[in-house]
Design a protein around this ligand. Structure first.
Ligand SMILES: [Zn+2]
Length: 335
């Protein structure tokens, strides 16, 4: 049996209509295009005579195809491919991509372009009454410093923790009032959250911005907009994201996986993003316990030499900076 396909192909949008008929038989495939309006019977007859298929032996099927539909399918395919590429980028975060992003977006701190073995650790959504003290203990045991991006609502709930973070030589950054997507706020809401969070932080200490520190802001959920950059800059903030995010917000009780990922993807000048809120609390502590000694062994303690550059400018920070293999964003920035 032979098949003959009659396609009415059309796209009103393109003002382009035609019929495309094809026949398939053991010997040949033939495609013929007709102007729109050519009768169905006529096309059948021509198709059969061109291919030698008897009219009675042919099965005619007619399928409608719309170029608009085809374009939609192609666009859909492109979107799926782009989403796949974005997924791969998010999962593996290739350093060259982040370096490129850093060049394209100099207003945001993603990583430190350097050949030296220096890295910076940041912890989001602090403070938490159970986990923050344990994180601080692990950092102290390993002689490391970090930057904690605090949630305004949590600051007053556990005030002693913000004080402890500061007095132990770590940095405190502004992460707005709630752990929510900052880009969903209106510019006015965003500004007021930034200010209120800062007021809560500065109850416990003041960030010295006279050339020795920077006020850091990290947008909730990690996405930022142009107006967000402008508002935070006007408030004296520098926006910091990072270059190594192990997707720890998606995993729970997967410390070994996160640690393996971090050690695998570690690069010079990396800014690591971890979280200290529920339900990741124990996981982050375990991750730090696993990766800090390994990184030290791998030579990520050459910081002292590089810190000397910063120390020349700010000798009073000698105590804070000596012996670090993880540093705060500020220390990272000045070196
Ligand atoms: Zn957050």
């Amino acid at each position: 049996m032979h098949y003959a396909l009659l396609h009415p192909v059309s796209s009103a949008r393109l003002r382009f209509r035609f019929h495309r008929d094809s026949s398939f038989c053991s010997r040949s495939k033939l495609t013929t295009v007709y102007p729109v309006g050519t009768s169905h019977d006529f096309r059948k007859r021509i198709l059969c005579s061109n291919t030698g298929i008897p009219m009675r032996a042919a099965i005619f099927t007619s399928t409608a195809m719309d170029l608009g539909g085809i374009a939609l399918v192609l666009a859909g395919g492109f979107v799926v491919l782009a989403a796949f590429a974005a997924g791969i980028s998010l999962a593996f975060q290739p350093t060259w991509v982040v370096r490129w992003v850093q060049k394209a977006q100099p207003d945001v701190f993603f990583l430190k372009p350097t050949e030296d073995k220096v890295i910076s650790l940041t912890v989001d959504d602090a403070p938490h009454p159970d986990i923050t003290p344990q994180i601080l203990d692990v950092l102290r045991e390993n002689d490391c410093k970090a930057t904690f991006f605090v949630i305004g609502e949590n600051v007053d709930q556990w005030p002693g923790l913000v004080e402890r973070i500061h007095t132990e030589g770590h940095e405190v950054g502004n992460h707005t009032m709630q752990d929510a997507a900052s880009w969903r706020l209106s510019p006015n809401e965003f500004l007021s959250q930034l200010i209120v969070t800062e007021e809560r932080i500065t109850k416990y200490f003041t960030v010295d911005v006279s050339g020795r520190q920077i006020k850091w802001f990290r947008p909730g959920h990690g996405f930022y907009t142009r107006w967000m950059l402008e508002i935070s800059k006007a408030q004296g903030y520098k926006v910091a994201l990072g270059s190594l995010f192990p997707l720890d917000t998606l995993f729970t009780a997967q410390a070994w996986l996160i640690s393996k990922y971090l050690l695998w993807r570690m690069h010079r000048g990396a800014i690591i993003i971890l979280h200290d809120r529920q339900p990741q609390k124990h996981q982050t502590i375990e991750v730090l316990k696993m990766i800090l000694p390994v990184l030290k062994r791998k030579g990520y303690d050459v910081m002292i030499f590089h810190m000397k550059c910063a120390l020349r400018k700010h000798p009073e920070q000698t105590k804070v900076l000596s012996g670090l293999n993880f540093c705060t964003l500020w220390e990272f920035w000045v070196r």
